[in-house]
Write a new protein. Structure first.
Lengths: 391, 72
């Protein structure tokens, strides 16, 4: 049975960064990164939007072939189609996730991690000596490897978390059911992202347009199924596109779940850490998770390396990972989660009214902070929301 | 995972997945209280012995690949 120090399951942003960081922290360790799909980065299950500052902590987007568009504006559409342009505090990027994920996996390989695609973990159990025996399946057949630490970066469905006995279930109200097309041949501002809210458009979530080029964009939406009128996510999306972009050619399609919950209560146990989507490390207000995944992968990789070098991979030792994540972003996500819960009670009339109020602010002063301040003045029922956020 | 229980009455209906429609996105796994749904590279499976018939996986499927059937 081959022996490993670290096995990372899933070569998305969390897994590739975890593998690279473990190897950089302790180059003598044997680190294996496995990916179920034959190609890293495909299929894409993502709207591909990411903020500039977080991204830049890991990799430089300027001129990169994996950066599809540089975004400088956000256009919010109220349920009644009232358009509000908001000054964006930072630049954002729309990625080409297939290329982006491949580059991150190449960086893990360059750091010295072994990377194997078309390799799936199919079961996992603890050995008598405190390691994990993981059954791997690939076209060449099955084999079992033994690892001191397993990092589960295996997405919303995280089988690693389940095998390790971690509770990664979420309530239905905190699951966004998402559908998306790549639409070609449509008109939009290619420097802006568009977001539209509305109970008939995307109940419990929002619809989006994220430009991929001057004429093509990721066009999708997320809904909370408990609030649906009976349509599924793809049916809501087909209806939205038929109304707003009827001439668009659907050149790609995807679906997926975005967990808009708080961080899982337990993200580690003896010899196991889970990160990224697997551990519910998604901003519950925006649904954004790429940078969060990379940040948690960085923490998990470094924690794994230090634990192995110290000869202690127990849950008590790995608790430092959970604690570091909560301090970095987990506690903030809990605040955002409470805001999300408060916003769930607001209806289309509120958003339509707010859009008109905000359009009364001069465009150059229309920052998110001012939008929020105006919302509080004109809609005092939001004050408890603000109080919960800032307290 | 829910322990196998002889006392549990068999649900009248259980969830099934239409693999011709399913995109294997994995969204339904964390929604399943008894963790009866399993995802592999090739397919998605609902374990009939573990499914409690709660329907929590059905409406959230973005493409409508899950449905309830009589528990024959």
């Amino acid at each position: 049975m081959p022996d490993l120090d670290v096995l990372v399951v899933g070569a998305g942003p969390a897994g590739s960064v975890a593998a690279a960081e473990a190897k950089r922290a302790a180059p003598e360790l044997d680190v294996l990164l496995i990916e179920r799909d034959p190609i890293v980065g495909a299929p894409v299950r993502c709207a591909e939007g990411v903020g500039d500052p977080g991204l830049r902590e890991f990799i430089d987007p300027d001129g990169a072939p994996w950066a599809s568009r540089r975004i400088t504006r956000v256009i919010i559409l109220a349920p009644d189609d009232t358009e509000v342009k908001v000054a964006w505090p930072d630049i954002a990027w729309i990625l080409d996730r297939t290329r982006f994920d491949a580059v991150l996996a190449e960086q893990a390989a360059a750091a010295g991690a072994a990377v194997r695609t078309a390799t799936e973990a199919v079961s996992m159990e603890r050995t008598a000596d405190g390691r994990w025996a993981v059954r791997l399946r690939s076209p060449g057949g099955d084999e079992t490897v033994r690892a001191k630490v397993v990092i589960g970066a295996d997405g919303v469905e995280t089988m690693v978390g389940r095998w390790a006995g971690l509770d990664t279930r979420v309530p239905a109200r905190d699951m966004e059911s998402c559908a998306q097309y790549v639409l070609d041949g449509i008109d939009f501002d290619p420097d802006a992202i568009y977001l539209q809210f509305g109970d008939d458009i995307a109940p419990g979530g929002y619809a989006w347009l994220f430009p991929k080029s001057e004429r093509a964009a990721n066009v999708g939406l997320g809904i909370v199924a408990l609030r649906s009128d009976g349509r599924n996510a793809r049916e809501y999306l087909d209806d939205w596109i038929a109304r707003r972009y009827p001439s668009g050619a659907k050149t790609g399609r995807t679906v997926g779940g975005v967990i808009v919950h708080h961080t899982a209560r337990q993200t580690h146990t003896d010899g196991v850490m889970i990160c990224g989507d697997a551990a519910h490390m998604v901003n519950p207000l925006s649904g954004g998770g790429i940078v969060n995944a990379m940040k948690s992968g960085r923490l998990a990789g470094r924690t794994a390396a230090a634990a192995i070098c110290a000869g202690d991979t127990s849950a008590a030792r790995l608790a430092g990972y959970h604690q570091a994540w909560m301090e970095l972003l987990g506690d903030a996500h809990l605040k955002y989660y409470r805001i999300k819960q408060a916003l769930e009670d607001l209806d289309d009339g509120f958003f339509n009214g707010l859009a008109r109020t905000v359009n009364g602010i001069p465009p150059h002063k229309r920052t998110l902070g001012r939008v929020f301040a105006h919302a509080l003045v004109r809609h005092p029922q939001l004050i408890p929301v603000a109080a919960r956020f800032f307290v | 995972m829910a322990p196998p229980s002889l006392a549990r009455t068999r649900p009248a209906e259980v969830a099934v997945v239409d693999l011709a429609v399913c995109d294997r996105c994995g969204l339904c796994l964390p929604l399943c209280p008894p963790e009866a749904i399993h995802l592999g590279f090739q397919d998605l499976l609902v374990d009939r012995q573990t499914c409690t018939g709660c329907r929590k996986c059905v409406a959230p499927c973005p493409v409508g690949a899950l449905a309830m059937v009589p528990n024959a």
